[in-house]
Write a protein that binds this ligand. Sequence first.
Ligand code: 9D3
Length: 251
Amino acid sequence: MTPAPHIRFDVLTIFPGMFTGPLDESIMMRARTQGLIDVQLHDLRDWAHDRHRTVDDYPFGGGAGMVMKPEPLFEAVEAIREMVPEPATVILMSPQGRRLDRALVDELAALPRLLLICGRYEGVDQRVVEHAVDLEVSIGDVVVSGGELPAMLLIDAVSRRIPGVLGSEASLLEESFDDGLLEYPQYTRPPVFRDWEAPPILLSGNHPEVAKWRRRQQLLRTRARRPDLLAAADLTPQERRWLDEQPVEGE
Ligand code: 9D3
């Protein structure tokens, strides 16, 4: 048997306890148990040089906040790299990074090993960025308190692209149904809830009509909420014409 595809995440953080909840539930836990992903947490303070386990210091040039010191970070990255032979791509979670999207997630899922550095304070000494980091990654234009939640989000998104993590059928389905449109609305029982009816077409048993309704919902929703996606989406010329004929409504 050929070994299953596998990815190892090493996480360097001053808050390793933040990761235990998310990693110990649901899909992440199952993927770990199955050996499809391996997540190793490392406390940056283990590489501090003093008995107070200091990892930050005042910024040169003054200003508010603290900066992560280079020595513990460099020594930690070097030590963690050598824990196993697989080559590691070192990623700094950073507001200055490349925005995480589907394309980047797929690039990362093809790598054997990611070492994620979670920044805290105002940032990390730039010499770490220039000499120890391969890639900076951001989750988008929103400010959060540190790199830990962004790193968890990355681990979750990348793990879902490892074959077997979702069950291979579900992930293949995700792949082949990626037409660049938003999804259609979902309904379940009861058919009438507090006077609000589910769309009767969905209860009709007429599967071609259901598929047509869903596709049209996708088109209308995408235009209303994410018109930026339409240019690259997989639409037939007929679908483009149909959409052009539909009145633009707030959805
Ligand atoms: C005074 C300037 N600070 C607030 C705008 C800069 C700042 C420093 C450190 C803001 C946030 C953080 C901590 N955030 C991260 O480490 C982080 C992050 C984010 O805040 N948004 C999106 N992606 C990421 S990845 C890491």
